[in-house]
Write a protein that binds this ligand. Structure first.
Ligand SMILES: [Zn+2]
Ligand SMILES: [Zn+2]
Length: 219
């Protein structure tokens, strides 16, 4: 496992299990937020690294796939923290609906664990200055998180990456690829230096990379 500096306000824990798995810690206005938890074995190190940066105030989820929430159980045993996800993701992650393309619902996290991200008039509100961006497609309630001070966009599984360029999310695990590709455009209204990617290397010059991705997908 490797802890990586993403920016002055964000770090990323990377592990290899068949493919790269990542989880993040990001600085908000009032302390540190863990973004996704990785697989179970990653969470003790993630908490340790996050707490080196400051007091941990909460957990934000990009979506509810096991490789993003597998560490929740251990984390919540050690610290009492609110865990936020998009309201639309919660029934899938907590097992009242099957993820699209799956036969059976799965209780990936126990019912009642997740708190809906706050919304007003259908718009997601920032949490401690961190802006969630609703980017459905990979899953119905997938969210990215924008850290405005260092202009980092944590993109969960909205993309993979190859040779410094954005690539499509993993098709086998993506509910609606067309929607996921369209959702990428929603990031273009932010000023982005780094697109941080779960299953791949981070991508610099975010806005240029997004424009290039759009061009590649249109071909
Ligand atoms: Zn996923
Ligand atoms: Zn994933």
């Amino acid at each position: 496992m490797k802890w990586k500096h993403v920016s002055d306000h964000a770090g990323k824990l990377e592990a290899w299990v068949v493919l790269k798995m990542s989880a993040w810690a990001v600085r908000g206005d009032d302390g540190i937020y863990i973004v996704d938890t990785g697989l179970s074995f990653m969470s003790p190190r993630l908490l340790k690294e996050a707490e080196k940066l400051g007091p941990v105030k909460g957990i934000l989820l990009t979506h509810g796939h096991l490789d993003h929430v597998g560490g929740l159980k251990k984390l919540l045993k050690k610290r009492r923290l609110a865990v936020y996800a998009h309201e639309k993701e919660i029934p899938y992650a907590e097992g009242s609906l099957p993820y699209p393309g799956r036969k059976k619902p799965e209780k990936i996290v126990p019912a009642g664990t997740l708190t809906p991200l706050p919304e007003e008039d259908g718009e997601l509100l920032p949490i401690a200055g961190l802006q969630p961006v609703f980017t459905p497609g990979h899953t119905p309630g997938h969210v990215c998180y924008y850290e405005p001070e260092s202009r980092v966009m944590i993109t969960g599984d909205l993309f993979t990456s190859k040779k410094g360029q954005l690539n499509r999310p993993i098709p086998m695990f993506t509910a609606d690829m067309d929607q996921a590709i369209k959702s990428a455009d929603l990031l273009r209204e932010y000023d982005i230096d780094i697109l941080s990617i779960c299953h791949g290397e981070d991508v610099a010059e975010g806005n240029e990379a997004l424009a290039q991705y759009r061009e590649n997908m249109d071909r």
